[in-house]
Design a binder for this molecule. Structure first.
Ligand code: MUC
Ligand code: MG
Length: 382
């Protein structure tokens, strides 16, 4: 093979981009996102971009922007430099040899690799990933301002604009009865055409979930994401088997294909939230999705609130997935005050229009990368 596919250079930077409003989750409130952006050059001159975003530093799981940048710079980049970009599985194996875990870091690098490779071949990434099955996916918006009036105004505007009619509420920070009251007030204020889901982000123990989830279902919630701790598969299983009128979705519990197999065997969730970062890349997202398909488990296109780079890469892999789906929530770019690409993916008819064009179909703005670059601005971590 010619050496045009040789990986020649890798650059990593941490950006800090404020959010349009505070975003409140069970584990805290965020006012900015700090995505790690990877830029990778091949010997042929092609350049690809990748991204991994966390929420609230290392609050969502163990990885933080700083740990991701460190793992890439010191362990993952040396494992792939001077190798051929065309052997993606081989490169993933090399990354695994050099570094255990660190799925977010691996996903950012693999994302940049696939972009550079697809650009070299002048094809969209979805073509490298198996081919497109969906042209668009229903797009959820998260109501997480913490304020009923503001949440309802946001929902109303997005319904009028034809952008979103699936609304996800982040709960678990307050007393459960206060969460139930908050969700019920929002549910009463939404039209029948809207769908309401909740994400508890692991905040409840099994007894709290068994007591309060029926009240949320009574209020109109139809999809319940990660109500209990990541490890609490027995409670997840019981809720999946006994709750009537809503589906249980695993998020933090389902990262690796082995997690997916375990949940499938235990019949411990109806839906998997798929996220490129936690699965360790686009190819590994497909592996988790394959387990879902084989086990008659639905999928949902999840987000870590990435910019348009990570969101478009996720959209490319989601566009290739068979099986029953529940839409996606790739709304990260809309939650940020500004983006780092020339043009965002369009949203029409309450759905994200899935991207096309070479690589992820994006034109990244180098001046915007500089504008938000933490090192250039001399900013400190959170
Ligand atoms: C999560 O746990 O799903 C996704 C949307 C949002 O608001 O937070 C995230 C993380
Ligand atoms: Mg979640």
């Amino acid at each position: 093979m010619s050496n045009e596919f040789t990986i020649e250079r890798i650059q990593v930077r941490i950006l800090d981009i404020p959010t349009i409003r505070p975003h409140k989750l069970s584990f805290g409130s965020i006012q900015r996102q700090s995505p790690v952006i990877v830029q990778l050059w091949l010997r042929n001159g092609a350049c690809g971009f990748g991204e991994a975003a966390t929420i609230g530093g290392p609050s969502w799981n163990e990885e933080s922007p700083e740990s991701i940048a460190h793992a890439i710079e010191h362990y993952l980049a040396p494992a792939v430099l001077e190798q051929k970009a065309s052997g993606i599985e081989h490169l993933l194996a090399r990354m695994d040899m050099a570094c255990k875990g660190n799925a977010f870091a691996k996903s950012a690098l693999e994302m940049a690799l696939i972009d550079a490779l697809a650009r070299t071949l002048n094809i969209p990434a979805w073509q490298l990933l198996g081919g497109k099955l969906h042209e668009s996916l229903p797009l959820a918006w998260t109501l997480a301002s913490g304020d009923v009036e503001r949440d309802l105004q946001e929902a109303q505007l997005r319904l009028e604009q034809g952008r979103h009619r699936i609304f996800k509420m982040k709960i678990g920070a307050r007393a459960p009865q206060d969460d139930v009251a908050h969700v019920s007030r929002i549910a009463r204020g939404l039209p029948d055409t809207a769908t309401l889901t909740v994400d508890v982000n692991q905040a409840w123990d099994g007894n709290t979930a068994r007591r309060y989830l029926p009240q949320l279902i009574e209020a109109g919630v139809t999809l319940i994401e990660q109500p209990v701790a990541k490890w609490n598969v027995p409670a997840l299983r019981q809720l999946t088997q006994e709750l009537k009128g809503a589906l249980i979705m695993a998020d933090e519990t389902v990262c690796t294909p082995q997690d997916a197999m375990m949940l499938a065997r235990e019949q411990a969730s109806h839906v998997f939230s798929l996220k490129v970062a936690k699965h360790g890349g686009l190819l590994r997202t497909r592996k988790v999705a394959a387990v879902a398909e084989a086990a008659d488990i639905g999928w949902y296109g999840g987000t870590m609130l990435e910019t348009s780079i990570g969101s478009a890469a996720s959209a490319h892999v989601f566009s290739t997935l068979p099986g029953a789906h529940h839409g996606c929530e790739l709304f990260g770019p809309q939650l940020l005050v500004d983006d780092i690409v020339e043009q965002q993916m369009p949203i029409r008819d309450f759905a994200l229009q899935l991207p096309d064009g070479p690589g992820y179909g994006l034109t990244v703005s180098l001046s915007q990368l500089d504008r938000f670059d933490r090192a250039l601005a001399g900013r400190q971590p959170l």
